[in-house]
Design a protein around this ligand. Structure first.
Ligand SMILES: Nc1nc2c(ncn2[C@@H]2O[C@H](COP(=O)(O)OP(=O)(O)OP(=O)(O)O)[C@@H](O)[C@H]2O)c(=O)[nH]1
Ligand SMILES: [Mg+2]
Length: 434
């Protein structure tokens, strides 16, 4: 457990040379330990001052210093933030001075956010959203994380949680009171409530696969006949040589992955071995891997030598057929069921990427909330399964027990119950200073 009497500090910006660096201090001694080495502390909370950090007459650095008084701070404790010059020497010196104070120590990864959670400044889904914002690489990932941080998922799941409590209250009434004291049809009402809650959970779960794709990147498999220009294409869209290109058919054997941000959409392009019958063991494994990956893909870009090759890929889902080397043929982009591009000149590449984006776009809705964390999905599935179980023919007592368990699974989402073990997993995603 955390000892809340300790004051913690950490560099909250990345280490290394930079214009500025920010050190955060949180806990009861945060104000006094900075005051000791300051010439101009802020006179009141939430005001920034130009402050000299000094030890006796020795000026360490100039700083912009801000004080946040508990409970109105990120952690809910007294906090001081000092912005100093981003110099390794200055940072080291100030951290060394802070460590010399009794009861003041370097923070562990995620400890500031953990304190914010422990002090009810954030619920667990918002804590996770902070980690997601820090890790977001594309606009879509940022939007998803911000939606969770602003509490959209929390509100929805809290609503379900409250409805479950209402249902349980009705069931308790059935158990405790005699029939004549109860409203008519109360059991029918309870059953309807349960159905409605299952429907609400399903609505959230329906968006999970899109949510996971936004978190990990939509999977675009580059599939097709050997020597059709697949690896040249992944190199072109990645803007670097990540896959070997030769004029020899069967060059690519393994899966080669590239994460690409296209207009804010996260994509994982995967180059694969050309599909053909082969006696070569390594190539055979490569072809199998290609076909297995294609089953999961949001889009399969199928590279052809010739239009008639399309028939060899009838059983592949979500296909877009592509013929490369347009610089040699001079054909137009949209050509009777397939698209001509050139990795050499760049012809058609932008249009093809727009086409892929359009396919993904049609799957996503602007305002919809997408969940993507395994923990959230697990809690919702467990609650839903318990509710499905409650529909079996059983006594009111057992019905109520199912609802109680569903409530427990839902409350795990916000971190209201016995969750010490999952806290450690969540906070280990954080860096020091967060
Ligand atoms: N002129 C021209 N040649 C290309 C183009 N794209 C690829 N090539 C050539 O076609 C040959 C095969 O290219 P790769 O990108 O290795 O083809 P691949 O589909 O990955 O081949 P495998 O890995 O064997 O399945 C190489 O000689 C490339 O230089 C293109 O757009 N125009
Ligand atoms: Mg290749």
């Amino acid at each position: 457990m955390i000892n809340f009497k300790e004051t913690i500090f950490a560099l909250s910006t990345p280490p290394g040379k930079a214009a500025l660096a920010l050190i955060r201090i949180s806990g009861p001694l945060s104000y006094s330990c900075i005051k000791k080495i300051s010439t101009n502390m802020p006179p009141k909370p939430n005001v920034a001052t130009l402050n000299e950090i000094k030890i006796q007459k020795d000026l360490i650095d100039q700083s912009i210093t801000t004080f946040f008084k508990a409970p109105k701070s990120f952690t809910g404790e007294d906090m001081v933030e000092i912005t100093i010059h981003g110099s390794n020497a200055v940072i080291k010196k100030i951290q060394g001075i802070l460590s010399e104070n009794k009861g003041v120590r370097l923070a562990k990864p995620g400890e500031f956010t953990r304190r914010a959670f422990e002090n009810n400044k954030l619920d667990l889904t918002q804590v996770e959203a902070i980690a997601d914002i820090v890790n977001a690489e594309t606009e879509m990932q940022r939007k998803q994380a911000v939606s969770h941080l602003s509490g959209n998922f929390f509100k929805l799941s809290k609503e379900i949680f409250e409805k479950l409590k209402g249902t349980l209250a009705n069931l308790e009434a059935v158990i405790d009171f005699s029939e004549e004291d109860l409203p008519e049809n109360i059991m029918n009402e309870v059953k309807e409530q349960t159905e409605n809650i299952i429907r609400s959970i399903n609505e959230i779960l329906d968006g999970a696969s899109i949510g996971i794709s936004i978190r990990e990147g939509f999977l675009i498999t580059i599939l097709g006949k050997p020597n059709t220009g697949k690896s040249s294409f992944i190199n072109k869209v990645s803007d670097k040589d990540i896959s070997i290109v030769t004029s020899q058919p069967g060059t690519t054997r393994d899966l080669i992955e590239s994460f690409i941000d296209i207009n804010g959409y996260p994509f994982r392009f995967v180059d694969t071995a050309g599909i053909r019958e082969s006696s070569d063991l390594v190539e055979k494994i490569g072809v199998n891997k290609a076909l297995t990956t294609s089953k999961e893909a949001d889009v399969n870009l199928i590279f052809l030598n010739d239009y008639k090759d399309i028939n060899d890929f009838n059983n592949i889902n979500n296909p877009i057929f592509v013929k490369s080397k347009q610089d040699l043929s001079g054909d137009k982009f949209n050509d009777n069921g397939y698209y001509n591009i050139s990795s050499k000149t760049g012809f058609g590449i932008k249009d093809l990427l727009a086409l892929i984006q359009g396919k993904i776009n049609s799957k996503t809705q602007n305002e919809k909330l997408y969940i993507s964390r395994e923990r959230h999905i697990k809690c919702l599935i467990s609650a839903k399964m318990q509710l499905e179980k409650s529909k079996e023919d059983k006594t009111v007592d057992l019905f109520a027990e199912d609802i109680r368990l569903a409530i427990k699974y839902m409350s795990e989402l916000f971190g209201n119950v016995d969750i010490e073990d999952i806290l450690d997993i969540i906070f280990s995603d954080f860096c020091i200073g967060k």
